[in-house]
Design a protein around this ligand. Structure first.
Ligand code: F6P
Length: 480
């Protein structure tokens, strides 16, 4: 691995994640185009300021990223590409990365924590799985080595998510002086489901995670599940000094309210109003098309609503944005097809000359998402299981007239928003249809009142505070 320059070695605060804050494409003339991302980590690291000796270590995800690493000489990326943030992108062998990311992280760990397997046929832990697991170890080791090399004495390292479960343990061996935190952005599986994994893999995952001084989760429920798994896996039980934290991530109210009133959003609103038609209510959902988001059952519930309450026909439109995610995996592509098929079935069964019951878009467009949020009368967020779900928090913040929220009890956001939402079992389409009817039937004043309570709860923990709380908790620990 290429060595880092002297500036990198001084980093006092390090973040490690698979996907970094910037990604690259190469245009036709061979020039690199950088695209900056958003999210809680980006806001958090900006909040600590540029003097804070921070470094973000991430993986190169595509050919553009790999080219950017090559041009950067294997070291830091140009700071202007990432808004001043220092970023070191690791050019891990593409096959190793694909095995670790698609094979293990997305096809095994994501499935375990979201409980997605159709167990009569899967999972199958065979020789191919073991080969991919070896890549997952190699990939985690690349991160651990890069962090060990770049961290100053006693630095705080914040490792993110299921891609990097082994990093804390590996890094602890290389650099016992560091303060290491691990944060899970997903749910954590209950012990009965975690037991699907081979014994040695469960032990390795736990040993990796518990190499951290502190592991943290988005809700108490996921933190409790982790503790239960650790007790079940470890012969000696959970180490007495393990700290488990809970940090709920809220919506960035100031940013969203401002961004949602920019001209491109106004333009998208005009176009959406055309598609929806005059005077109709809207049920809005916006998701990355992940298997856990439950978009198909959401459509089935909407169809049930039109069956049970024909008075809503012509008077409501389901605006559903299902943006592509993890398209290297066939099961994700098939799921996107199923979403499109069911939406088309509803439109051909119920649609009329002037009314399209489902307006479905699958091309990612943030400005259009904000436009839909502003127009929403009802937000539908019905995941099978979700670490938090920020859409549930963002829609009420942005909605112009106030919106009601139909929310799955299995979303992490339910812990904070549940009292102000219409709660549903995500598998029960009849109950979801009833909840949609109740939400649509709310008098305007009550809907606006509920929306305000939702927005207050949703913005209680803005992203910068979410990050700074974790950092402070880690820095206050005595070095082990
Ligand atoms: O949304 C949950 C999450 O686990 C995030 O923490 C993480 O950034 C993302 O999913 C990973 O998605 P992708 O596979 O597109 O990088």
């Amino acid at each position: 691995m290429a060595s880092t320059d002297a500036a990198v070695k001084r980093a006092q605060v390090l973040v490690a994640s698979n996907r970094g804050p910037v990604s690259y494409t190469v245009d036709e003339g061979g020039a690199l185009r950088a695209r900056r991302g958003g999210g809680g980590l980006v806001s958090g690291l900006s909040a600590i300021g540029s003097d804070a000796d921070s470094l973000w270590v991430c993986a190169a995800l595509g050919d553009g990223d790999r080219e950017a690493v090559r041009r950067a000489g294997g070291g830091l990326l140009p700071a202007e590409d990432s808004g001043g943030q220092r970023v070191r992108m690791l050019d891990i062998d593409a096959r190793v990365h694909a095995d670790a990311y698609n094979g293990i992280a997305n096809s095994v760990l994501w499935f375990v924590h979201h409980m997605l397997y159709q167990t009569p046929l899967e999972p199958v832990f065979d020789a191919e799985f073991r080969r991919q697991w070896a890549s997952y170890e190699t990939y985690n080791r690349a991160f651990a080595e890069a962090l060990a090399e770049a961290a100053a004495d006693g630095a705080a390292v914040l490792v993110q998510d299921y891609h990097l479960c082994l990093v804390p343990g590996m890094l602890r061996e290389l650099r016992p002086d560091l303060r290491i935190g691990h944060f899970s952005h997903t749910p954590w599986a209950p012990p009965e489901y975690f037991r699907l994994l081979p014994d040695d893999i469960r032990e390795q995952l736990m040993a990796g995670m518990l190499g951290a001084d502190r592991v943290a989760f988005l809700t108490q429920r996921w933190a409790d599940a982790f503790r239960d798994c650790a007790q079940a896996v470890l012969e000696s039980g959970m180490p007495a000094d393990t700290r488990i934290g809970v940090h709920g991530l809220g919506a960035d109210g100031d940013f969203l309210r401002k961004r949602a009133h920019e001209p491109d959003v106004e333009e998208r609103m005009a176009a959406l109003r055309e598609e929806i038609g005059e005077g109709r209510r809207t049920i809005v959902r916006v998701d990355r098309t992940e298997l856990s988001k439950n978009i198909v059952r959401g459509l089935l519930a909407y169809r049930q609503l039109l069956e049970d309450h024909p008075e809503w026909r012509e008077r409501v439109v389901h605006v559903a944005f299902a943006y592509p995610s993890r398209q290297d995996l066939a099961v994700y592509r098939d799921y996107t097809d199923a979403v499109q098929r069911v939406a088309e079935e509803i439109n051909s069964a119920y649609g009329t000359v002037g009314w399209t019951p489902v307006v479905l878009h699958v091309k990612d467009d943030f400005a259009r998402s904000l436009a839909a949020y502003r127009l929403a009368d009802v937000a539908l967020v019905n995941p099978i299981r979700d670490g938090m779900n920020l859409v549930a928090k963002e829609v009420p913040v942005v909605s112009d007239e106030g919106c009601a929220l139909v929310l799955s009890r299995e979303a992490g956001a339910y812990e904070e928003l549940g009292p102000h939402a219409f709660a549903v079992n995500p598998y029960d389409v009849l109950e979801t249809a009833r909840a949609l009817h109740e939400a649509l039937s709310l008098p305007d004043a009550e809907r606006a009142e509920r929306s305000k309570r939702l927005a207050d709860a949703a913005t209680a923990l803005p992203p910068a505070r979410w990050f700074l709380d974790q950092l402070r908790a880690l820095q206050e620990l005595q070095p082990s």
